[in-house]
Design a binder for this molecule. Structure first.
Ligand code: SME
Length: 162
């Protein structure tokens, strides 16, 4: 049985390093997408401070459809190129949005959301699996340390699927 170990680190570099290592343990030996996405969301939601929602949007047809997540119910479908998620999917670059009110076309699933980070999930063969989206009620919750930490975390998630 996997048991999440509380992480005492307060600096983001150590926090993400430990979280990435725990993720490796949690997903080890399982390649099922839904199972791993569900457990990954739960681990991140219960480990990172000050986040209000985290979860997956998977590529589906031309757009994105919600996958496993933690937090309040969310928008089901996001059309191609729309919102922060659509921007991450289209550009294949992580979007760090310190103030969602200033992001043109940001899609509110929770009116209290203030900042957001979205990481594109690109498979080894170059196809887009979807995006990993994390929201906070605090302004500017995510910075460059979160960008590199979340990207490492997502790389670990993608590795487990093959
Ligand atoms: N805010 C996102 C939509 C998804 S929710 O935050 C869960 C966006 O603008 O794409």
């Amino acid at each position: 049985m996997f048991e999440a170990t509380p992480i005492a680190a307060t600096d983001k570099t150590t926090l993400y390093r430990e979280l990435t290592s725990q993720t490796g343990g949690l997903l080890h030996g399982e390649t099922n997408l839904i199972a791993n996405a569900a457990n990954f969301s739960a681990l991140v939601f219960h480990t990172l401070p000050d986040i209000s929602w985290c979860g997956f949007y998977f590529a589906d047809g031309d757009g994105l459809v919600v996958g496993p997540f933690q937090g309040k119910p969310a928008c089901v479908r996001i059309a191609r190129g729309r919102g922060v998620c659509g921007a991450a999917a289209a550009s294949r670059r992580t979007q760090v949005v310190p103030d969602v009110t200033a992001f043109p076309g940001h899609i509110y699933c929770d009116g209290a959301a203030r900042s957001e980070i979205v990481v594109p999930l690109v498979r080894a063969d170059g196809t887009l699996l979807g995006v990993w989206d994390v929201d906070s009620h605090s302004p500017a919750r995510f910075d460059e340390a979160d960008r590199s930490g979340m990207e490492a975390l997502c790389a670990q998630f993608l590795r487990a699927l093959v």
